[in-house]
Design a binder for this molecule. Structure first.
Ligand SMILES: Nc1nc2c(c(=O)[nH]1)N[C@H]1C(S)=C(S)[C@@H](COP(=O)(O)OP(=O)(O)OC[C@H]3O[C@@H](n4cnc5c(=O)[nH]c(N)nc54)[C@H](O)[C@@H]3O)O[C@H]1N2
Ligand SMILES: Nc1nc2c(c(=O)[nH]1)N[C@H]1C(S)=C(S)[C@@H](COP(=O)(O)OP(=O)(O)OC[C@H]3O[C@@H](n4cnc5c(=O)[nH]c(N)nc54)[C@H](O)[C@@H]3O)O[C@H]1N2
Ligand SMILES: [Mo]
Length: 654
């Protein structure tokens, strides 16, 4: 059967290159494309099972108009013309009455394609709609990194093979970075030591020689404590610090208060554990921190990232092959997305709504222009966004005109007035540049979209015409936009551009040593102030709740794929055995987790070690009263990011 090249569109650092087999109508198999030297011939179970979702009888194939109550999920088919007329008609009325800010776009990362992910921003700028601040994932980490490292990138994943000490810090490799596992094993075969630093024993523990369980939100204190020991024991690289950093003297002067004894109450770690870790880090030839994002989704996540970013500088790790960090900023933006984001069309001073604060915004909090229309595309806020109950109350509003562009009946789509049918990547054309390494791939459709399905760009072109926007940009074809992005890339040679446009995955190495891309070429350890630690938001309740990725689903994506949801299992939380015993809970007992925002009922699992006082909820499940009914819409210290891992709950037997 014919096989075509494609690429994984999901929000994952791996950005796998794919081989897709088709009988002309249906996708019969998806595997890895060996032409990508990093991701090679194997892919995760999610992608292997994707054909089940692509050809599911539950797919939305035509535009739909709501016939039942909001949330009931009853709809009747309409044509695209009717849908576009109705949307444009309602928007024109609402805009005349309230101004264009009354329309709020809501999108995040259903597709990572450069065109389809970003093109809505250009459309909504042209419309003058409220601007969505898209900080649902790791912008606290990015902002903390940037304050120390500027625009600097970190290692490519294959560089990690050269390291002799790998810290898997808040990174669940078998779930979120599967192709790094063989690289870590390769490093171990050469003698590298691997340590896991997390709040529970994730599947990453199989790769680790040692697992260190910290209290959620304490990572910054741990990093400062490691620095304190490095200084105390003369393990810093003062020559590197003098040549490549600013602010070291100011930072060093503050370290006395971060001794392992002093931070024990914050991290929950024995002083010896921190000393041993710091000595191993200071004595390693080329220590590498594989840094995930979970720790940064906290009220102090930006500052914690600053503290962790100081570690490789303190020991001069960047000067050694395999030393430094992987997973923070692993690739520069290889293509210029402003071609479709059209930042020049943004209205100065337009109302901004933070993506994490959808619930409050729909209730009229923090907005000067009330939101009367919500346009959701490639996102599922009823499931993924904090304060789920507030989001659902907003979506229930009769005076909110909601449009959802989706592939199946998600929890959000059930609340739509109009649903528009959306594609899977095998039905679209786009350029993919994953964030986990420097790779670019241009992908053409493998099969025709079923029914009346249209991609994001096609829908925005249609709506631009319906709204009377006369910018010729909206008449352009996707292929033309992809080609212009590839040809404009400053990172590719002419020969590489030809290969990309022919559909080949092109993978680039990171330079060695990596340049510090700050204004003065230095790493900033005290700008604007020396790195420090302060407590996370926390809360009144006794247990700290942490949301973690599930291996068989990706946020709420793949909830439509039954094989995968069966492999994932039921919604549950994990907790520490002693904590469970104190509450009279055994493995599998049902418990109620609650706080001032909501209540969630699920079994408690005691199958993995968890830091004391912590409960972990893996995955994003469908339905009401799932984990985000317990997460606040508060923002992080830096980067206005989600703090979904910084909430407290009480737990009682159900
Ligand atoms: N299978 C699968 N793959 C995925 C995803 C998925 O949901 N499932 N999600 C995708 C997305 S959207 C992203 S952003 C990426 C990365 O997805 P992320 O969710 O950032 O996952 P990780 O980087 O593995 O980091 C999460 C880890 O942080 C830990 N953690 C939480 N709080 C703390 C803390 O305070 N301290 C410490 N030390 N650890 C903490 C969690 O227990 C978890 O093991 O992966 C992508 N790939
Ligand atoms: N409790 C909890 N909450 C979380 C997380 C967690 O681990 N736990 N993870 C957080 C993180 S890291 C992130 S990044 C966010 C992710 O939040 P979202 O970006 O909203 O991610 P998904 O849940 O994957 O939902 C994406 C939706 O887009 C649809 N889609 C896919 N492709 C297309 C397309 O081409 N066009 C259109 N119109 N639709 C498309 C899919 O069918 C799917 O329903 O969630 C965050 N929320
Ligand atoms: Mo994410």
């Amino acid at each position: 059967m014919p096989t075509y090249r494609s690429a994984c569109p999901y929000d994952c650092p791996e950005g796998c290159s794919l081989l897709v087999e088709t009988d002309g109508n249906r996708i019969t198999a998806i595997t890895g494309d060996p032409a990508n030297p990093y991701t090679g011939g194997w892919v995760c179970a999610k992608l292997r099972n994707l054909p089940q979702a692509i050809h599911s009888p539950d797919r939305i194939l035509t535009p739909l108009r709501r016939t039942g109550k909001k949330g009931e999920g009853k709809f009747a088919p309409i044509t695209w013309e009717e849908a576009a007329d109705e949307i444009a008609g309602r928007w024109k009325e609402l805009i005349a009455q309230y101004g264009a800010e009354t329309v709020l776009p809501y999108s995040y990362a259903g597709t990572m394609g450069a065109v389809h992910r970003n093109c809505g921003e250009g459309f909504f700028h042209a419309l003058g709609a409220s601007e969505l601040v898209r900080t649902l994932c790791s912008s606290g980490k990015s902002a903390g990194w940037e304050s120390v490292m500027g625009k600097s990138c970190d290692l490519s994943p294959w560089d990690v093979a050269e390291s002799d000490l790998i810290l898997l810090w808040s990174a669940n490799v078998p779930a979120t970075r599967i192709h790094l596992a063989p690289i870590i094993r390769q490093a171990k075969a050469k003698g590298a030591k691997v340590m896991l630093i997390d709040v529970y024993e994730t599947p990453s523990a199989v790769l680790a020689d040692e697992t260190i369980l910290v209290r959620p939100g304490s990572d910054g204190a741990l990093a400062l404590s490691i620095l304190q020991v490095l200084v105390e024991e003369g393990l810093t690289d003062e020559d590197y610090l003098a040549a490549h950093t600013t602010g070291w003297a100011e930072l060093r002067a503050t370290l006395g208060r971060w001794t392992p004894e002093a931070t024990q109450a914050i991290t929950g770690l024995e002083p010896e554990t921190v000393q041993t870790l710091a000595r191993a880090y200071g004595r390693a030839k080329s220590p590498c921190i594989v840094l995930g994002s979970g720790f940064s989704r906290s009220g102090n996540g930006g500052e914690a990232t600053r503290a962790i970013a100081a570690l490789p500088a303190a020991v001069g790790a960047w000067a050694k092959k395999g030393g430094g960090t992987y997973g923070v900023c692993s690739a520069p933006s290889l293509v210029d997305k402003s071609l479709v984001k059209l930042p020049g069309l943004a209205k100065p001073g337009v109302q901004r709504v933070n993506i994490n604060q959808l619930g409050p915004a729909l209730a009229g909090e923090g907005v000067r222009t009330p939101i009367h229309s919500l346009y959701v595309y490639h996102s599922n806020p009823a499931a993924v966004t904090s304060d789920q109950n507030a989001v659902l109350r907003g979506l229930e509003r009769e005076d909110l005109f909601t449009i959802v562009h989706e592939r199946y009946m998600t929890d959000t789509a059930k609340y739509a007035d109009i649903i528009l049918p959306a594609p899977y990547m095998v039905e679209t054309e786009d350029v993919y540049t994953p964030y986990g390494y420097r790779q670019i791939q241009y992908v053409k459709p493998v099969i025709d979209p079923p029914g009346e399905v249209k991609g994001n760009w096609q829908v925005f072109s249609l709506l631009a015409r319906a709204m009377g926007l006369d910018d010729p940009h909206f008449d352009r074809g996707v292929g033309e936009l992809c080609q212009e992005m590839v040809e404009g890339s400053p990172y590719l040679t002419g020969e590489q551009k030809v290969r990309v446009l022919a559909g080949e995955p092109v993978v680039l190495d990171a330079p060695f040593p990596l340049p510090a891309e700050t204004a003065d070429g230095k790493i900033h350890l005290a700008d604007p102030a020396p790195i420090t630690w302060y407590p996370p938001h926390g809360g009144e309740e006794p247990f700290r709740l942490v949301c973690a990725p599930a291996a068989h689903t990706l946020n709420s994506s793949f909830n439509e794929c039954q094989t995968l949801t069966t492999l994932r299992g039921e919604m549950a939380v994990r907790m520490n055995g002693a904590d469970a015993a104190a509450l009279g809970l055994k493995h599998g007992d049902r418990a109620i987790l609650s706080n001032e925002l909501g209540e969630m009922l699920c079994p408690v699992y005691l199958d993995r070690a968890v830091a004391p006082g912590t409960v972990v909820a893996e995955g994003v499940y469908p339905g009401k009263n799932t984990v985000n009914c317990l997460t606040h819409p508060r923002l992080s210290d830096l980067g206005e990011a989600t703090t979904m891992n910084d909430n407290t709950v009480r737990i009682r037997r159900a």
